[in-house]
Design a protein around this ligand. Structure first.
Ligand SMILES: [Fe+2]
Ligand SMILES: [Fe+2]
Length: 188
């Protein structure tokens, strides 16, 4: 019998059971898991990039900020691994082209600014904030998806990381505005 009946009324919202096995193979669940793999890859790449950014930074203040966030980022990775466990998935990674591009841009900034200059720090802060904003967008979406899919504990963990990314973004703005940008403005 040909399936000519294309009715779209077959999936009433009322059937949605958060966390039930019914959603396990859904497209949204698959997208959620893929997005987790994406940010898992990104976090690992960020740990590496932060070492280079730390070495390249001019001021101790910014070096320290990068070091602190690197430690935090390592926690983000282990938190993600917990999230994979909570939803019964393997903690895999999927190449994230976006973060590769953002990190590459950061490397270009290091090449194109003078070592020991405040301009380098001003530029590195913006590069780091681009990383944070990618993470904020990703975790913001992941928290919402986790809630929708009924993974409350996972949502809680993702939310904690989201808050740390937001704090980092805020701290970087503070560092830039207190003196780095002004000092950079005085340079040739
Ligand atoms: Fe992170
Ligand atoms: Fe971050």
């Amino acid at each position: 019998m040909a399936k000519t009946d294309t009715t779209h009324t077959g999936s009433p919202i009322a059937e949605k059971k958060p966390g039930s096995s019914a959603e396990k193979s859904s497209s949204l669940k698959k997208f959620f898991v893929d997005s987790l793999k994406d940010i898992h890859y990104a976090e690992e790449a960020i740990i590496e990039a932060l070492t280079k950014m730390q070495e390249a930074a001019t001021t101790e203040e910014l070096k320290d900020a990068f070091e602190d966030h690197q430690l935090q980022t390592k926690k983000h990775v282990s938190r993600l691994q917990k999230v994979f466990g909570l939803i019964g998935e393997k903690p895999e990674k999927k190449k994230c082209e976006a973060i590769e591009g953002i990190i590459k841009e950061g490397e270009e900034i290091i090449k194109s600014t003078k070592e020991g200059s405040m301009t380098r720090d001003a530029a590195l802060i913006i590069a780091a904030q681009k990383v944070e904003h990618y993470e904020i967008a990703s975790y913001g979406g992941l928290v919402q998806l986790a809630i929708t899919l009924g993974h409350d504990k996972a949502a809680e963990l993702l939310e904690r990381t989201l808050e740390e990314e937001e704090d980092t973004d805020y701290n970087l703005t503070e560092i830039a505005e207190t003196h780095i940008n002004l000092d950079a403005e005085q340079e040739d």
